[in-house]
Design a protein around this ligand. Structure first.
Ligand SMILES: [Zn+2]
Length: 585
């Protein structure tokens, strides 16, 4: 049978019901008479000049007013590239930058010009997201996905398809023809290079191919030049953080493997071999470290933990569960319904820790996630950024997210907010470039706080740690200080020795209560006096107060909103405690 895009029974979007009974396997022959004869067929040897899509993006419909300025700019650049004769265009936009919005806008414009559009996505969840966005933009469409059969509608000019379902149905089992299209859009363009995806794309040699991705490179770091010729870059992660579209990571570098151990690991396709790294990291001591550090740094925050493989992931879930934390695992064996349930439990907070054993293929987008744990090392820049991107979406009361790196990933590949110099150059490899940049003497290396593991750039945030107050030992160079100022400082520190009645001591105590109430509201409600005693001890340690009976007024003080300094100091104390415990264990 004819499997070319032209084999699709063409009908107007509101076509009569001749083939309304057409289902997945009903198109075996008999539909030829429905084929368009109006010369619009994609592959009928049309010359490049006569392509029907030139100019379709030149004027945006009013409903595109919802686009952000950089998204409109992206569409303008795509339009210019099309006008210049480009046919295989890749649009880059950081995770959370709103690529589904751009996809819907492009589709709306194409639909307005009566072009047929095929949108390929790699997961049912993403198919559904695009479907919902098209609905919002008012674009009629059909859906081709094994798990969304009810939305199938072959008559629509716009089709949203699961790439896997389409491959199975159209190229594998040949039970249905590929839908015709003048415009083929590939969501998650970094996955377009896989054989089955390329096989689909190659069926549309004359169509306009538009890929969208946050990380325009293959997992191996190689370029996507086999699928795309032209790259259109969006704003950087930092720009999107500044304008409030993304939230900033607060990074903790807590390596559980040594550089030597990492170096010794076998590699496959330029990354650490999963089995070997999984075995290394599954040692009970290291699993314990991950759990202890999570308790100390993220304590209770909704988190996604990235594991090496299923075995490692199962060990992590066991470790978290043993510590009394509601943890679940997602693997590629779970069906769509299970995944949705697990993600919903993470969203509500019923599940605190979601251990993810997928590689970069699965984008779990849960804006409520406040912490990403890299429990695995990787040498793949796209994979690293895809993992980190899961924490960047803004949500209510979320102005940052925690990134706990156990695999020296930040150290080796750079801060996720770096400029990675994306390109489609065949001779380059973004993974190796990122590693080289991290080693280069000319590039500022992030500083890791020796006390609390927080990572920052000295050029941005100064030499001292903003979270715990650690500061480097003063250099031997003499510092010129005016005598009067110095004298005043001395008097100050001598006469103001803190007591339980000092305002700063009381403030600290109340903020420590606030921190306890925020970290674990249930515990605060159930055992407030225990929490008060703990805050008292923390405060005594902080100010170096001698042991004494807790003054009665301390039992009735109200919690106050903790400042970053107090939270930071308490976090640092918990990490120290966790480390001392894990050394004993
Ligand atoms: Zn610190």
């Amino acid at each position: 049978m004819n499997r070319s895009p032209n084999g699709l029974p063409i009908s107007s979007p509101n076509g009569f019901g001749v083939t309304s009974a057409l289902e997945w396997d009903a198109s075996e022959g008999g539909s030829d008479y429905l084929r368009s004869t109006e010369g619009r067929d994609t592959d009928s040897g049309m010359g490049m000049a006569a392509l029907p899509f030139a100019g379709f993006l030149d004027s945006l419909p009013a409903s595109c007013d919802v686009l952000r300025p950089y998204q409109r700019q992206g569409l303008v650049e795509i339009a210019q590239a099309v006008q210049a004769g480009e046919r295989r265009i890749l649009r880059q936009l950081p995770t959370g930058g709103g690529k589904t919005h751009e996809i819907a806008a492009v589709t709306l414009c194409a639909y307005g010009q009566q072009l047929r559009v095929l949108i390929l996505a790699t997961r049912t969840r993403l198919v559904r997201q695009i479907h919902e966005r098209l609905e919002a933009f008012g674009v009629p469409h059909g859906v081709i996905a094994a798990e969304l059969r009810g939305m199938y509608d072959a008559f629509q000019f716009v089709q949203v398809a699961s790439a896997d379902t389409l491959y199975r149905r159209c190229l594998g089992d040949s039970v249905m023809p590929l839908p015709a299209a003048e415009v083929v859009i590939f969501d998650e363009g970094h996955l377009a290079a896989a054989d089955s995806r390329m096989a689909i794309l190659e069926q549309y040699p004359n169509a306009l191919r538009l890929g969208f991705t946050a990380t325009p490179a293959r997992k191996s770091g190689k370029s996507l030049s086999m699928a795309f010729d032209r790259l259109i870059l969006g704003p950087s992660i930092l720009e999107l953080i500044r304008e409030g579209s993304l939230v900033r990571p607060r990074i903790f570098n807590v390596p559980v493997v040594s550089r030597q151990e990492l170096k010794a690991l076998p590699k496959t396709a330029g990354d650490y071999a999963e089995g070997a790294v999984g075995n290394l990291l599954s040692r009970p001591k290291l699993i314990g470290d991950v759990v202890e550090n999570w308790l100390a740094i993220a304590g209770g925050k909704r988190s996604i933990v990235f594991a090496c493989n299923k075995a490692h992931g199962a060990h992590l879930v066991e470790g978290f569960s043993r510590a009394g934390i509601a943890a679940e695992i997602l693997t590629d064996q779970d069906d769509e319904a299970t995944r949705e349930e697990v993600i919903a439990r993470l969203e509500t907070g019923q599940t605190r820790v979601l251990v993810n054993c997928f590689l970069m293929a699965y984008g779990v987008d849960v804006p409520a996630v406040e912490c990403i744990v890299l429990a695995r090392p990787t040498r793949s820049l796209p994979m690293y950024l895809q993992m980190v991107g899961r924490g960047m979406r803004p949500a209510q009361d979320k102005d940052h997210f925690l990134l706990i790196d156990h695999g020296r990933v930040v150290e080796n590949l750079g801060l996720p907010t770096s400029d990675f110099g994306w390109n489609l150059d065949d001779t380059r490899n973004v993974n190796r470039e990122a590693e080289a940049r991290s080693r280069a003497a000319t590039v500022e290396k992030p500083r890791t706080c020796p006390e609390c593991h927080h990572v920052w750039l000295v050029s941005e945030d100064g030499t001292a740690c903003k979270l715990c107050g650690w500061a480097p030992a003063p250099s031997a160079k003499p510092v010129v200080v005016e005598a009067a100022a110095l004298g005043e400082l001395d008097v100050d520190t001598e006469t103001q020795a803190p007591t339980p009645h000092s305002p700063e001591v009381i403030d600290f105590f109340r903020e420590a209560l606030g921190d306890a109430a925020r970290r674990d509201p249930a515990k605060w409600r159930a055992t407030p006096n225990k929490c008060r005693a703990a805050a008292w001890h923390a405060m005594r340690e902080r100010f170096g107060l001698p042991e004494q009976k807790i003054p009665s007024r301390y039992w009735s003080m109200q919690p106050a909103t903790p400042s970053a300094a107090v939270t930071g100091w308490l976090t640092h104390r918990r990490i120290k405690f966790a480390r001392s415990r894990s050394r004993v264990a």
